[in-house]
Design a protein around this ligand. Sequence first.
Ligand SMILES: Nc1ncnc2c1ncn2[C@@H]1O[C@H](COP(=O)(O)OP(=O)(O)OP(=O)(O)O)[C@@H](O)[C@H]1O
Length: 309
Amino acid sequence: MSTPLPTRLDGVPLAVRTQNLTKRFGRQTALDDVSLQVPEGAVYVLIGPNGAGKSTTLKVLLDLVRADSGTAEVCGVDPRTRGPEARAQTGYVPERLDWGYGWMRVGRLLEHHAAYFPAWDREYAARLGRIFGIEPERRMGTLSKGQSRRVHLIMALAHRPPVLVLDEPTDGLDPVMLDEALGLLAEHVADTPTTVLVSTHQVHDVERLADHVGVMRDGRLVLQAPRDVLHRDLRRYRAEVPEGWAGAPELNGAVLRRGALGREIQWTIWGGERDVAQRLARAGAVVRDAAPLTLQEAAITLLSRKDQP
Ligand SMILES: Nc1ncnc2c1ncn2[C@@H]1O[C@H](COP(=O)(O)OP(=O)(O)OP(=O)(O)O)[C@@H](O)[C@H]1O
């Protein structure tokens, strides 16, 4: 392959960084040498199939899980040695919401949470509560998944932390709430200097916000890139090929998806457009066009790829 998929980002201040994180649960490798780099101010979307290691990575950042080896930093703070400081800088929405506060009323939980954060913005919390239709008298344990998720979003946002770590934050939200929540998140990021690290299966939901993408599979970070690099270097090529075409050996390893209809091929290829087009031409294909992918299409392509880069 001429241009390897990038797994590092260089030359920018990083709000969140991990280096060579490895974590095993018994025989199960959850993280395998994960070096995540989230630049300050980025909205970084972490995608991957079930069990890829996304939640485990996020939990290491809050010292909710300890890696076997490797390091992590949140705003320059090592969560392993300075957990409370790392958590103070972070607004976290966990993927699983069953963490033992089911008996507490929503209003009490929010008050309890606010007490830990000197920067808690009461007015903002109240506004979010109104928008999300929060009922302070309800007990946490009686809430639906979506209702509970909304409470957690308030807990994450209302102290305006420099870093938001959101694990499947839109899971369970109905379409109206989803729209509200994404609008609020966009507004929040515009109003407050924030770095967002969000893990999701619903790439389409965060498409308009995302500017960096990380792809995890089997505990490994197999791609990490700014959105514009993805836009530039991951393209769907439509080309005509001669009868009995033997393929393009020069592109071996760079083709992420192949499709063909008669003598027209549609291949999704990683690499500089000019270079890829030249390689296709040398193989006898006539390129008709090269189109960038939406984030959703890119995610499906990268996740359905069987071999590792
Ligand atoms: N506490 C635990 N004990 C044992 N195995 C665990 C534990 N937590 C995670 N794992 C395993 O580690 C691997 C990574 O899990 P993780 O929850 O990080 O994946 P994920 O990418 O967040 O998945 P999903 O998209 O399904 O939420 C999985 O194989 C999972 O079963």
